[in-house]
Design a binder for this molecule. Structure first.
Ligand code: R5P
Length: 326
């Protein structure tokens, strides 16, 4: 039996947002996840109950706060249930931090959703939070509880390294992603190019220019999230028009909303690589979509947190910033 289970009682719980990921984490921890009943009343109100004794347990609740907001509510209720059941410590494991795009008051009369969600998670009773690739790294500072913020970059770049792409250019699909893309370029021995994008309307993306030499070279677009697919699809086309030999794209969080599937399938893209921080419904998938698992990364982090060990050994990439665009 692993050291981890001699040290103390770990309890792994999940809501309904990404059960397969929690199952995988449980398998790799050889712990399995323990039952919580999560269901709706006839009117939609959510009910949760932790099915086993949680007293004194080190509780990890895996739940991305992707839309609909019911998933956030499930997380809050599970935290509250664990606190009232006398858990020793509660860690919210939020592989995708929804509302992260609303991180500042950049227009009059808007909410700062990322801060509100941090307040809610804290008020519900979480002792710490474990997340991956926040939209802005500064979101860590929205919490007054410890936050372990992981990067999916090692998972994604390990995959692309195996392709042995020669003369690679890593392309930031907007200025805000430039530092993140630079981190990828460093890890893959590639050069950096940047797309100058503008948004004439919300969720509409237009490429103005590409800074960097992409002619005749394989390109890898790297972003933290793909939502409607507009940013990536228009960047892929612009790269092809400027002579890129082949274009790959990767993103940590695959929201794949609306017509993203159609847009990306129609784009001249070799492969779109994402992770399973969000459970991707079958109808949102397409042939050239490759899904990599963050379960090994999260399992190791959970194990280190449980054992009160440093998680910094999981950061085998320099932190990469992201600023600006949404
Ligand atoms: C912007 O800052 C983000 O990194 C993504 O580029 C953006 O949210 C993607 O949205 P969409 O897929 O709808 O263009």
């Amino acid at each position: 039996m692993e050291e981890i289970f001699k040290r103390g009682p770990l309890m792994l719980l999940t809501g309904r947002a990404n059960e397969p990921l929690c199952q995988e984490i449980g398998n790799s921890l050889e712990a399995g996840f323990e039952g919580a009943t999560v269901r709706n009343f006839a009117d939609g109100e959510i009910f949760v109950r932790i099915d086993r004794n949680a007293r004194g347990r080190d509780v990890f609740i895996v739940q991305p706060t992707v839309a609909p907001a019911d998933y956030l509510m499930e997380l809050l209720l599970l935290i509250d249930a664990a606190r009232r059941a006398s858990a020793a410590r509660i860690t919210a494991v939020v592989p995708y931090y929804g509302y992260g795009r609303q991180d500042r008051k950049d227009q009059p009369r808007v909410a700062i959703g990322a801060k509100l969600v941090a307040n809610l998670i804290t008020a519900a009773g979480a002792d710490r939070l474990l997340g991956i690739d926040f939209h802005q790294h500064q979101i860590q500072g929205f919490f007054d509880i410890p936050v372990d913020h992981l990067y999916a970059a090692p998972v994604l770049t390990d995959y692309f390294r195996q392709k042995k792409l020669q003369n690679l250019v890593v392309v930031a699909p907007d200025v805000g992603s430039a530092k993140m893309a630079r981190g990828f370029a460093n890890r893959l021995d590639g050069e950096l190019a940047i797309v100058d994008k503008r948004r004439p309307a919300p969720n509409v993306s237009e490429v103005l220019n590409i800074v960097g030499d992409v002619d005749g070279r394989p390109c890898l677009l790297a972003d933290d999230m793909v939502d409607t697919g507009g940013t990536l699809a228009s960047a892929v086309r612009a790269l092809k028009e400027r002579g890129a030999a082949e274009v790959y794209a990767c993103a940590t969080h695959a929201l794949l909303s609306g017509t993203a599937r159609d847009k990306l399938s129609a784009a001249p893209l070799e492969e779109m690589v994402v992770t399973n921080t969000i459970d991707i419904a079958e109808e949102r998938r397409f042939d050239r979509l490759k899904i990599l698992s963050v379960a090994p990364l999260l399992s190791r982090a959970i194990k280190y947190i449980h054992l009160n060990e440093s998680v910094s050994q999981l950061f085998d990439t320099a932190p990469v910033d992201k600023q600006g665009d949404t």
